[in-house]
Ligand binder design. Structure first.
Ligand SMILES: [Zn+2]
Length: 236
């Protein structure tokens, strides 16, 4: 009797271990982002729907410097180079600047499902592009980029495409920003503004780009056709 009970307990334990193992080894996929609640709602029928923006301020938002709306003339497109929004949030919340007790982040984040979150209000200077923060709004698209081999010589070409709903949400966001901040004139990729090279981690003699976002998968022509912004590269 006791032996039978022990065997039953043993089977339970094995089953529990197996299900835990299955949970731990599930492949990470774009679906690891939980779908936004608004995906259940009917599509807006207006020709130019307003982009719904979910306000999710970073814990240090109010410690970031303030600026006038007129100081903003540039939007910088980034990708997170991380698998999901949750991990991007962890990076964003990290304190990197001890004096101001602030970190690095964009103002807006656009998920693969087209959900848009605002982590920093545009009236404050977020740290997203060295040398261009004071004048720009940073928009981060969730995309793996080179993750997790950012600086490996053989992983410099990002493979994940941007989703159509993500690009549509980005376009709505850009239009809405342009109408709210008429001083915005230019659009750039992070890779256009930060062209610094560093040694590859596996082959120090080979130099690689520190920043490659949003990268070759980003549909520049589609976005430029849809919004009245000038490419920064033409401006230079
Ligand atoms: Zn970037």
């Amino acid at each position: 009797m006791a032996a039978a009970l022990m065997a039953a307990e043993y089977r339970c334990l094995i089953a529990a271990c197996l299900s835990l193992l299955a949970a731990c080894t599930l492949p990470e996929s774009p679906m690891s982002e939980s779908p936004p609640p608004e995906s259940l709602m009917p599509e807006p029928t207006m020709a130019e729907p307003e982009q719904m923006i979910h306000r999710k301020p970073l814990s240090y938002e109010l410690r970031l410097g303030e600026r006038d709306a007129g100081a903003i003339d540039l939007v910088v497109i980034h990708c997170t180079e991380l698998p999901d929004l949750g991990m991007a949030r962890k990076y964003g919340e990290r304190i990197k600047y001890q004096q101001s007790k602030t970190g690095n982040s964009g103002h807006f984040y656009v998920t693969r499902f087209g959900r848009v979150e605002q982590w920093v209000q545009p009236g404050r200077v977020a740290h997203h592009t060295a040398g261009f923060n004071e004048r720009s709004i940073g928009i981060e698209l969730v995309n793996r980029g080179r993750y997790p081999n950012w600086f490996h010589s053989e992983h410099q070409v990002p493979q994940e495409p941007y989703t159509e709903v993500q690009i549509e949400a980005l376009i709505r966001l850009l239009r809405s920003l342009k109408s709210q901040y008429p001083g915005i004139r230019y659009i750039a990729g992070h890779e256009d503004l930060d062209t610094r090279k560093i040694p590859a981690e596996d082959r120090p003699e080979q130099l690689i780009s520190r920043k490659i976002d949003p990268g070759p998968k980003f549909p520049w022509q589609q976005v430029l056709n849809a919004v009245a912004l000038e490419p920064w590269s033409d401006h230079r």
